[in-house]
Write a protein that binds this ligand. Sequence first.
Ligand SMILES: N[C@@H](CCC(=O)N[C@@H](CS)C(=O)NCC(=O)O)C(=O)O
Length: 211
Amino acid sequence: MYLLYSMQQSANSYKARLALSLLEQPFSLVDVDILSGGNRTPAYLALNPAGQVPMLVLPDGRTLPESGAILHYLAEDTALLPQERFARAEMLRWMFFEQHSHDPFIGQARFWLALQKGGRALKQNLLEEWEDRGYEALSIMNTHLGTHPFFAGDVPTLADIALYANTHLAAEGGFDLGPFQAVRVWLQRFAKVPGFVSMDWRPAAAETSAA
Ligand SMILES: N[C@@H](CCC(=O)N[C@@H](CS)C(=O)NCC(=O)O)C(=O)O
């Protein structure tokens, strides 16, 4: 069975939990509290030198950090990973966009403003850039979603999982989704995909333990 090192409130961890649910893959959770340094212990750094969640442990013991890599590994030979060349490249386009132009602004804003105590004061000098670049990302997404039901092709792919995680939490980072109607409609559409689970979901059968 897969083992997922995860923090429940972490959007990047949610991507992995959501993919495992959509793919009906059983897994166990290990909770890592990054807010109290659980990701910086020698034991965790030995597993993932980047000190981040999520991290997937395969049944044979190999470890795989980075949400995008985890999604890609899990989705092999499933509809979430398009086989058609252009659709697959489109999926990757939006996953790279998420890591470079979305998570660093919308995800960081939400982390420091909603999760990290005193985060607003600590990151005051970055708030304006996060706001500008975050709204720019939402605008780009909104334009694309105005003419596409999902990010890559007509069916949900890993790109939708990657972008759903922080977008549905954008208000926690101070972003108003009101002007982005196509984004709001897509959020609702994606939440109806069979196997979808919300961020607070935990696998019922899985053993969970604190790292
Ligand atoms: N590029 C990584 C980013 C992972 C990441 O930033 N995880 C956050 C939680 S959402 C984390 O572990 N932060 C703790 C740290 O960076 O020290 C991914 O997509 O998995």
